[in-house]
Design a protein around this ligand. Structure first.
Ligand code: FAD
Ligand code: FES
Length: 282
């Protein structure tokens, strides 16, 4: 396909829509983006869990998860937390502005392999960005999966991403949606408490399930511990690593953990692989 002819060449894309998911210093802005070149756009082929290098001309690029599922249409979505130089420049962009995109990179989640299983996603904060396309994908192909359970938490209700989609999700027959925040808030009708504890409280049976967790490293550590307490086998557990990256294609050595290149071998890893790489959780 045209997107893989030269992996270093970025494509120009136009921002169709942009909105803030959260506020504060590390606010998150979502961009709905359409690649300008018709041929590239029509041949673009990503799977949930893959990322792209997105950038601002003259400033630089950052690796960002593609938060749209290919089942949603011929556009991409990126939810970007304002961190440093590049993400601050991205936050200055509005509908009609251009950004650059190269990719898609990484392995993605093996969703075809998981057909027939019940999918359990466990996310925290901006970690919901790589999980959102799984949810959209499974919603679009409900007949192929045994069900979908989403656990998602953030520090406060204002820190939750994709809020407007939760109501829609709760209407979906086979989806059970569980939200939690760390600190009690007036008017909050869902759970209060940390994500790993909510997982234990819900006590999901591991039978015929795949569990995928993305979020802050400390949350992932406790979620993994609790999934093991609940009886999940290593092969039933997946997560993503987000080591800093430069080339995105296994050439520069920037993203290694142990003998793994996160950009090429990941960012999606099964726990049966990661548990033998101590640096992954350092
Ligand atoms: C596979 C992958 C997927 C990602 N998906 C998303 C996403 O969907 N949304 C999103 O907002 N971010 C995502 N990130 C992180 C994102 O790439 C960085 O936040 C971004 O590159 C920071 O660039 P910057 O120039 O704005 O900040 P910099 O000036 O480079 O850094 C600012 C601060 O952020 C820290 N930082 C930078 N990169 C990372 C990183 N990878 N992990 C932890 N801390 C970092 C730096 O140590 C520094 O403290 C992803 C990273 C990877 C590798
Ligand atoms: S980012 Fe260059 S090797 Fe992974």
């Amino acid at each position: 396909m045209k997107t893989s002819e030269n992996p270093y060449i970025p494509y120009l894309a136009t921002i169709e829509n942009a909105w803030y998911e959260t506020g504060g210093e590390r606010c998150i802005k979502t961009f709905k983006v359409v690649i300008d070149d018709k041929e590239v756009r029509e041949n673009w082929n990503h799977c949930p869990g893959q990322s792209a290098m997105i950038g601002v001309l003259g400033v630089g690029e950052s690796m960002i998860s593609i938060s749209a599922s290919p089942t949603e249409g011929r556009f991409l979505r990126f939810s970007v937390m304002r961190m440093g130089k590049v993400t601050q420049a991205l936050h200055q962009l509005d509908p009609g502005d251009k950004m650059t995109i190269r990719g898609p990179y990484g392995n993605g989640f093996p969703l075809e392999e998981w057909e027939g299983k019940h999918i359990l996603t466990i996310g925290g904060g901006i970690g919901q960005a790589p999980l959102r396309p799984i949810i959209e994908y499974v919603k679009a192909k409900q007949d192929l999966y045994a069900g979908l359970t989403m656990i998602y938490g953030a520090r406060t209700s204002g820190d939750l991403c994709f809020k407007d989609e939760f109501t829609e999700m709760s209407k979906c027959d086979d989806l059970s949606c569980h939200l939690t925040i760390d600190i009690e808030e007036e008017g909050w009708e869902h759970n209060v408490g940390f994500v790993p504890q909510m997982l234990l409280d819900l006590n999901p049976s591991p039978e015929n399930k795949i569990a995928i967790t993305c979020g802050p490293p400390i949350m992932i550590r406790f979620v993994l511990e609790n999934l093991k307490k609940l009886g999940f086998a290593d092969e039933q557990i997946y997560t993503t690593l987000e080591n800093r990256m430069k080339c995105g294609i296994g050439k520069c050595g920037r993203c290694n953990v142990g003998n793994l290149y996160v950009c090429k071998d990941g960012p999606v890893f099964c726990y049966s692989v990661l548990k033998n790489v101590p640096e992954a959780f350092a």
